[in-house]
Design a binder for this molecule. Structure first.
Ligand code: GTP
Ligand code: SPV
Ligand code: MN
Length: 610
């Protein structure tokens, strides 16, 4: 391949489209040099050393937390930026009303303008990665080009990154091209040098997806889902579109393996919006005796019909990028044990002995900390020491409850699908869908109070269908249609669908349900429903536990709390139906007729119950 710039490509690279794309992006972004990441330990040490020397990362006390680092982001680059996230499908209607759409040609013009020279003076890293076990039947490969060594280190944890992934790309392999720049060159257009900063980024941000050509372009941010393009950009936005085309599902779901006291195994997949409890449920320590829980995934599931006509799931990731605040020995002991070392912490606080701390890690805060902005902090400072969206990046293989099934390239058969949101009112602790179609309606009508995982007003109730509002790469109404057709082809092999809510509050604003390990009681009821042994009654909104069929042994619930947790108030549900109708109407004639039917049926059941 002829090119003006030496691409430094390893000999094994023969894919012409790859070399062509790389030379185009190199010519456009004008990096000082190109480095292919092989994923080795030596490369890891070299990059971490470099970032420590440059003052980007702080090495934590190796006696307390070996090979672990703290990074502080720019205070204005702390979460996903949903209003700067674009789906650039050829037709606007294919992006749908819940996505920001831009014309692909116009967006490419804009991006080429932004990326022109954006890597001057920096190294471009070529990061090959596999989503899912190498060469597995559900796995996919991608290549991220980035000028952020911090992103490289995170990608090495979050994916199977390096030479092994690169070897998966033959002359005719489909792979996803992803370009990322923090948008801060070190040399300007006329050759003047620009001083680097610990966390380079740009106030202009664009997170762009081209579903038809399966391309990703991300500009201006170094944080999480904006910069680790394997995650939300590929595994969910591009993935969901691929799934629609090819007959599978890419979902914002954890995967959990449960074994009951007589040794029967169940696999569940559960969708919760960002910062609503996936990582915690994926690492649950059951409080009820005899039950065992093992972790397979904590954020993303790829699901495909497989053996025996059942739905099989893999976790395409190799790491956890988890919310730090609220994670402690009292709530998520498994996560705390996972974080013993080899962890990158972003925007947490630093202790005086060189370890990390965040709100909720311990009951009592240390007397003195350096907060996430790098300032002195004491308990009387009156502000959080860690950013609410502070995160840890850690290999899944360090998780003490990791299931052997994580390595299983064919995935695990899913018995139950769970949808959960953060709802102070209305939504009961658990309900089962009457059937798959009703389950799709439950997913489509999810709402949740907004969290710090994205920019926006924390606490505001918003629609978040299937916990995929920010992550669906195509028209959400078509996505519901795809789910309906998947149910049809799965037929009697389709998993049962449930809705849960750990976050209902009493009149004083206190959580009614203790949550965390006690959520095993809900999982137990779900597994007994899968077996067909739990007793139920039909409420207007779904199938709920019959009195006495929900395991409360060994737990003291305040008087009346269970009643409140399962209470269904028809007038407020009818109000919600009106809002659902309004929401559905934004999809026009793309809305599957089944959704309108389901809404009508719910209204009739509620009026009967009123
Ligand atoms: P993303 O990584 O953003 O997708 O988040 P996630 O869905 O994995 O959420 P995570 O498990 O990290 O939980 C987010 C917050 O919810 C943390 O502060 C948890 O402590 C809190 N949380 C999780 N489970 C429960 C629960 O059962 N009850 C209550 N009250 N809080 C919970
Ligand atoms: C989420 O926001 O759902 C996350 C974190 O899992 S991020 O990778 O930033 O999207
Ligand atoms: Mn997530």
């Amino acid at each position: 391949m002829k090119t003006a710039i030496d691409l430094n490509a390893p000999e094994m690279v023969t894919n012409r489209a790859l070399l062509h794309w790389l030379s185009d992006i190199v010519e456009l972004t004008k990096p000082a040099d190109i480095r292919w990441c092989n994923g080795s330990q030596a490369e890891w040490y070299e990059l971490t050393r470099q970032l420590i020397d440059q003052g980007v990362m702080t090495q934590l006390n190796p006696e307390l937390r070996p090979d672990s680092f703290l990074v502080r982001s720019d205070p204005d680059d702390v979460a996903r930026v949903e209003d700067r996230t674009f789906i650039c499908s050829v037709n606007e209607a294919d992006a749908g009303p819940t996505n920001n759409w831009r014309d692909p040609d116009q967006m490419i013009d804009k991006l080429r303008e932004l990326f022109d020279g954006c890597m001057r003076g920096r190294t471009m890293y070529v990061v090959p990665f596999s989503m899912g076990p190498l060469g597995g039947p559900i796995s996919q490969v991608g290549i991220q080009l980035t000028d952020s060594p911090y992103a490289v280190l995170n990608m090495r944890i979050m994916t199977r990154m390096g030479d092994d992934a690169l070897r998966q790309i033959d002359d005719d392999t489909n792979w996803v091209p992803a370009v990322h720049s923090v948008g801060m060159p070190l040399i300007d257009a006329v050759g003047n040098t620009i001083d680097d900063v610990p966390w380079p980024c740009n106030t202009t941000k664009y997170i762009c997806h081209f579903p038809e050509s399966r391309e990703i372009w991300s500009y201006g941010s170094g944080y999480g889902g904006n910069a680790l393009l394997s995650k939300k950009c590929f595994a969910l936005r591009i993935g969901s579109f691929m799934g629609k085309q090819e007959g599978w599902l890419a979902e914002h779901m954890l995967i959990l393996k449960l074994t009951n006291p007589v040794g029967k195994v169940f696999h569940v997949a559960a969708a919760f919006p960002s910062a609503c409890g996936k990582t915690n449920l994926a690492m649950i320590t059951p409080t009820i005796p005899g039950w065992k829980a093992e972790t397979i995934g904590d954020d993303i599931a790829w699901l495909r019909p497989g053996k025996g006509g059942r739905l099989f799931a893999i976790n395409p990731e190799a790491g956890f990028f988890g919310v730090a605040p609220g994670t402690g020995y009292a709530t998520n002991e498994v996560a705390m044990d996972t974080l013993w070392g080899n962890t990158i912490f972003t925007n947490v606080a630093l202790t005086d002995d060189g370890d990390v701390w965040w709100e909720g890690m311990t009951d009592k805060a240390p007397d003195h900390l350096i907060d996430w902005r790098g300032d002195d902090w004491t308990p009387s400072s009156g502000r959080p020491a860690a950013h609410p969206n502070a995160r840890f990046t850690v290999p899944v293989e360090q998780c003490p409850t990791l299931s052997d099934d994580w390595f299983e390239s064919a995935g695990v058969p899913i018995d139950a699908i769970i949808f959960g949101g953060r709802r102070a009112t209305n939504v009961p602790l658990v309900a089962e869908a009457f059937d798959w179609k009703h389950g799709v309606f439950l997913g489509a009508t999810m709402s949740s109070e907004q969290t710090a995982a994205a920019e926006g007003t924390v606490g505001a109730l918003r629609r978040d269908p299937f916990a995929m509002l920010p992550f669906c790469g195509y028209n959400m109404a078509d996505y519901w249609g795809h789910w309906l057709s998947m149910g049809k082809s799965l037929g009697k092999n389709a998993p049962k669908i449930f809705q849960v809510n750990w976050f209902r509050k009493d009149d004083n604003g206190k959580f009614l349900w203790p949550g965390f390990g006690e959520n095993s009681r809900v999982l137990e009821w779900i597994c007994r429903r899968v077996e067909g042994t739990a007793k139920t009654y039909e409420a207007a909104i779904g199938i709920v536990p019959a009195r006495g069929s929900f395991n409360l042994e060994g737990i003291e619930m305040p008087r009346g709390a269970m009643m409140k947790l399962f209470n269904v108030n028809p007038p407020s549900w009818l109000d919600e139906c009106d809002q659902t109708e309004e929401f559905f109407s934004t999809f026009g004639d793309r809305l599957p007729v089944e959704m309108t039917k389901q809404l009508g049926a719910l209204r009739r059941r509620l009026k009967k119950a009123a």
